[in-house]
Structures are given as structure tokens and as C-alpha cells.
Ligand binder design. Structure first.
Ligand SMILES: Cc1cc2nc3c(=O)[nH]c(=O)nc-3n(C[C@H](O)[C@H](O)[C@H](O)COP(=O)(O)O)c2cc1C
Length: 189
């Protein structure tokens, strides 16, 4: 179990982590919708809600989504019952101007989604290791309008014994640097 430096920290932050050992057991429609519902209520600049998710859960869709992953991710993420590609809309809808906060807002939405997954007994593992060009191809998403940010594996975590020996060694929650390394008062020191 991870240990916080603050006794007041909500345990949900420590309990969230990114496993690689996923059961292929399907996720119910209700649970899947609840994940997206959590993302839905995230804050965003101008309430633009720039996030867009294309998800795969049928065998055909999963095979296409798996094909865009780098091999290191394919090795474990191929057992996840759901893969989600998270996109971020580049322009504001109200004036078509560049939205430089879009990825920040989409990041907030992904965190809501993943924390909600934990509350439902599921886990998420985000992956930047994928071919961006292929992400647009397999989803029909317009690359001029959206940024392909991340592929998210969603599913039930199972015993690490289901992984190769190499991956088993990596299968544990990681630690963090202390807050003193990323906060400054007044000016960056
Ligand atoms: C945007 C993003 C990209 C990531 N890309 C990968 C990836 O390609 N492969 C992988 O195994 N993990 C990936 N991760 C998982 C991180 O390595 C992980 O979140 C980090 O080491 C902290 O561990 P924790 O999530 O278990 O707390 C990614 C996470 C994020 C948020």
C-alpha cells in the first residue's frame, strides 16, 4: 500500500494505479457509461468539454485499436476488455479559435474517469505509446480538429502471475517525489 505524507489525503488517490494484468471479462454497459459520466462532469475552459472518447469492446474494434499500440503496450494491453482512445478538440466551438487549455481539460476528465473506475472495482492504464496517425485512421476522427492524446486500457485487475516474468517485476504501484520538489512559494527557486 502506498503511503502519503499527509494523513488527510483521501485514500482514492493512493489506491489508483496503473496495472498491466487485466482480465478479459467484459465491462457492463452501466459501468462503462458511468466512467464517461465521471469524465462528463469535469471542469473545462469556457465549459467547452473538449474531450472525446472512441472506445472498443467488440473483437473487431479491439483488434484494430490494439494494432496502433507500440509492442511493449500491446504485450499486456491486448487482454483488456475495453480500450479507449482519448481525443481533445483543438478549437473552441463558439469561435473556432485555438483552445490552448484543451489538453489540460481533457487530462482532468481522464483523471475523473480513472478514479471512477476504481470506485467500480475497475482499473485504467493510460498509454502514450501508440501511433497517432493510426489512431485517426482506426477511429475516423479528423486529425485537423482533434488531438489523439492517450489510449486507455480499462478492465478488472487480476493476479500478476498472468503476465510474463518481465512484466511481473514491474507490476506494483509506483512511488512519487515529495511535494517540495514541485511546489514553490512566490517564485520558482
Ligand atoms: C499520458 C500517459 C501516458 C502513459 N504511457 C504509458 C505507456 O505507453 N505504457 C505504459 O506501460 N504506461 C504508460 N503510462 C502509465 C505511467 O507510466 C504511470 O501512470 C506512471 O508510471 C505512474 O504510475 P501509476 O499510474 O501506477 O501511479 C502512461 C500514463 C499517462 C498518464
Amino acid at each position: 500500500m502506498r503511503k502519503s505524507d499527509s494523513k488527510h489525503l483521501d485514500s482514492m488517490f493512493l489506491e489508483r494505479w496503473s496495472p498491466r494484468a487485466f482480465s478479459s471479462e467484459a465491462i457492463s454497459d452501466e459501468n462503462l457509461n458511468t466512467l464517461f459520466e465521471a469524465a462528463r462532469w469535469s471542469p473545462s475552459c469556457f465549459n467547452e468539454q473538449p474531450w472525446h472518447y472512441v472506445y472498443a469492446r467488440s473483437e473487431d474494434d479491439l483488434t484494430r485499436f490494439q494494432s496502433i499500440l507500440v509492442d511493449a503496450n500491446k504485450a499486456w494491453a491486448s487482454s483488456a476488455p475495453v480500450l479507449v482512445i482519448a481525443f481533445s478538440k483543438k478549437q473552441f466551438s463558439h469561435n473556432n479559435k485555438p483552445n490552448r487549455w484543451a489538453d489540460f481539460d481533457s487530462g482532468a476528465a481522464w483523471m475523473a474517469l480513472t478514479l471512477q473506475a476504481n470506485k467500480l472495482g475497475l482499473h485504467c492504464h493510460g498509454m502514450g505509446g501508440f501511433d497517432q496517425d493510426k489512431a485517426y485512421q482506426v477511429t475516423n476522427v479528423d486529425a485537423d480538429k482533434y488531438n489523439a492524446i492517450c489510449v486507455i486500457a480499462v478492465g478488472k485487475m487480476i493476479s500478476p502471475e498472468n503476465l510474463s516474468l518481465d512484466l511481473q517485476k514491474k507490476e506494483s504501484p509506483s512511488d512519487r517525489k515529495p511535494i517540495t520538489e514541485f511546489i514553490s512559494e512566490g517564485k520558482m527557486s
